[in-house]
Unconditional design. Structure first.
Length: 229
């Protein structure tokens, strides 16, 4: 992993201000009077934006000014797509973030464990061993399992073996998040899926503040940055 470990996580994040993600969260309420929680939080100017419209710095300021809830920025580089999402639910250590288009991402201490409405979704993971090493900023070898939805609507299960190592210590100043973090690198291989390398910026308290994470062959890599905790 020597050459791979030399890569800098900062180079994996595109500049904020490109495209917003498109529509349709699978499995949401069909009640015509149901108000998706994000609708009452996101400023009207952002709710009226067209799909694939630009996320401007002004839009980021507006959303951070409109709520005290955690806000995260997500990017899917292979699709040229980006979105701002607000936390709408917390179940123990799991936090679900969503946007007005009813797409959602679930994270555990900042590690993505599931998506909905993104097409080819990551359905679930068995992330305990990997997350433990990442949060404790320790090197080691662990098993990591992903279950994701194929374009044929079949759930595919892939078991990976991952080597985890700490890298540089960096200062983070993203949105309203300011902290010092350790860059963690996880290089994973499987006989049933393509190899990948995940990057995580982990605070001293063990929270992942930014990452680039592989979510399966259909979604590819997804980058995450916390803008407000």
């Amino acid at each position: 992993m020597g050459t791979i470990l030399a890569m800098n996580l900062r180079t994996t994040f595109p500049r904020i201000g490109l495209l917003a993600l498109a529509s349709g969260l699978i499995g949401c309420s069909n009640d015509p009077y149901f108000e998706f929680p994000v609708q009452s939080i996101v400023p009207t100017s952002l709710r009226k934006q067209e799909p694939n419209s630009e996320i401007t710095p002004q839009a980021i300021v507006e959303i951070l000014s409109a709520t005290d809830l955690p806000v995260a920025f997500f990017s899917v580089p292979d699709r040229g797509s980006q979105a701002l999402m607000i936390r709408i639910e917390q179940n123990g250590p799991y936090e679900t973030f969503a946007n007005p288009e009813r797409q959602s991402v679930t994270m555990r201490h900042g590690m993505i464990t599931g998506t909905r409405g993104l097409s080819g979704d990551l359905m679930s993971t068995e992330e305990e061993a990997l997350l433990a090493l990442v949060r404790e900023r320790r090197a080691g070898q662990v098993t990591y399992i992903q279950r994701y939805l194929t374009p044929e609507s079949v759930t595919k299960v892939v078991t990976y073996r991952c080597g985890v190592e700490p890298d540089a210590t960096v200062d983070i100043a993203i949105g309203l998040v300011q902290d010092t973090a350790t860059e963690m690198v996880a290089a994973c291989e499987s006989a049933d899926g393509p190899p990948f390398v995940d990057y995580y910026k982990v605070s001293g308290s063990g929270e992942i503040l930014a990452s680039r994470q592989w979510l399966g062959e259909n979604l590819g890599y997804v980058a995450m940055q916390m803008l407000q905790r």
